[in-house]
Design a protein around this ligand. Structure first.
Ligand SMILES: Cc1ncc(COP(=O)(O)O)c(C=O)c1O
Length: 448
């Protein structure tokens, strides 16, 4: 690819560290010059079954030849098969209604609409507020930004956004709530109760959260007992729970869904990037029948998105899930996640700029700080994560930049479940070299 042309075509020319990619294969991105870059983030933590699966491409080609498009309310064989597979093999017991969107932001918007419509149909129109969490991300629609806690992505759009209540995330590294208590007291869950009281329990429709935080907090697992406590609080106040598993769902954390680790069944479950593993744009909203029953009883509709449940996307997703099952890839994500964690700890646990290594399964993150003892972050203008991502390309790996607010600088790791041990060695070696290169670069820029 001519570099001049490659530079001209981004929407914002000259901004960001875009990489020209010619092909994707297994765990690798192949550049136009033939260089192979390890996809340590699986794209945006998407590529669960690895790149370049011919059998998936063949399914897409076959379905597109027989059916290009139908409006989403029409029923196709491809969609029925996908829903059957989801219900039989994937969804937590008690969740059986499935509706689709083309991406995570759309799907969260849809889940929020369903929650609101549930209460309107039930005759409780006063319930409209949705409580989200700090250090969270639920997409870039205005509703997703409303309920999300990614301050930077809301910036400038505030006149269009609501100031909805927020509860804290389970961010133990800098938790101000349990300080001096000798460990986690689940004060973050109790703070949800306080947020509900402050908002007025009768005005709250739902609580939306990531059971394992994605790129904003950086692979932040729920504290032990957290899900049980928030389930009890929400049930007591008649508030629906919405688990956003756009990133953590479909095997990524070493269970079908991250909520499965705790046996927690939300009212609405949104997932995910792993549904079609990047081979098609499709994300699902899954609900308990009790959530949709009042909407159906009143004969109300839930408006669809034009490309929702596209026949080829459904067929691709169904094949992807079948591959994950056939190859035992959820168990493999757990196993390789443990290997990755062990190697990260060995290489980085005492690194002077690593504050914490955290995560579950193959969703892991490394939080970077300027000073480890005091947890002082790098100055925002150091742009340490962006500098590290650029250094990663030079060392043969793509790392996903994350972090916001208190967790300012986070590198997210989410390789395909098919990743090999030697590829994980490459990942960890490249990460260590990239951290050191980025720190040296920042020091040189500052003249220190
Ligand atoms: C937890 C979570 N929710 C929602 C989204 C938004 O998804 P999309 O980028 O597909 O709109 C993301 C994207 O990373 C996510 O991680």
């Amino acid at each position: 690819m001519d570099p001049e042309r490659a530079r001209l075509y981004p929407f914002l020319p000259g901004v960001g560290a875009g990489l020209p990619v010619a092909r994707t294969e297994g765990s690798f991105l192949v550049l136009p010059d033939g260089r192979r870059i390890l996809d340590a983030a699986g794209g945006a933590v998407v590529a669960s079954i690895g790149h370049g699966r011919k059998e998936v491409a063949e399914v897409a080609a076959r379905v597109l030849a027989e059916m290009s498009y139908v409006v989403p309310p029409f029923v196709t064989e491809h969609r029925v098969r996908l829903v059957e597979r989801l219900r039989e093999h994937w969804l937590p017991l008690g969740i059986s209604r499935c509706v689709f969107a083309s991406g995570g932001s759309e799907a969260i918007d849809l889940a929020l609409r369903v929650a609101r419509q549930h209460f309107v149909s039930k005759g409780e129109p006063a319930r409209w507020k949705v409580i989200g969490r700090e250090l969270s991300y639920h997409g870039t629609t205005l509703s997703g930004l409303d309920v999300g806690g990614h301050v930077k992505r809301r910036k400038g759009l505030e006149p269009w956004l609501h100031e909805l209540p927020k509860a804290p995330a389970c961010y133990s590294l800098r938790c101000p709530l349990c300080r001096g208590s000798g460990g986690c007291t689940l004060a973050c869950a109790d703070a949800l109760e306080a947020a509900i009281a402050a908002a007025g329990a009768g005005s709250v429709a739902a609580f939306v959260f990531e059971p394992v935080g994605g790129s904003t907090a950086g692979a932040l697992p729920s504290a032990p007992g957290y899900l049980e406590r928030i389930a009890e609080i929400c049930r007591r106040h008649g508030i629906l729970t919405i688990a956003d598993e756009v990133m953590s769902g479909f095997g990524r954390t070493g269970a079908r869904f991250a909520v499965d680790h705790d046996g927690f069944v939300p009212d609405l479950l949104v997932g995910g990037k792993g549904l079609a593993a990047g081979y098609a744009p499709i994300v699902g909203v899954f609900a308990r029948p009790e959530v949709v029953a009042p909407i159906a009883a009143r004969g109300d509709e839930v408006m669809f998105y034009t490309y929702a449940a596209h026949p080829a996307a459904c067929a691709v997703a169904e094949r992807v899930l079948e591959i994950v099952e056939r190859e035992g890839l959820v168990a493999r994500a757990a196993k390789m996640g443990a290997v990755l964690r062990e190697r990260l700890e060995a290489a980085l646990a005492s690194h002077p700029h690593v504050a914490e290594i955290r995560g579950k399964g193959l969703l892991q993150a490394v939080e970077l700080v300027r000073d480890r003892a005091s947890l002082t972050p790098f100055a925002p203008e150091d742009r340490i994560t962006a500098t590290l991502v650029a250094a990663g390309f030079a060392h043969g790996a793509f790392f996903y930049p994350g972090g916001a607010g208190a967790a300012q600088d986070v590198i997210v790791l989410g390789p395909p479940f098919t990743v090999s041990e030697s590829e994980l060695d490459l990942l960890v070696t490249a990460l260590l070299k990239s951290i050191d290169a980025a720190v040296a670069h920042v020091a040189a820029r500052r003249g220190t």
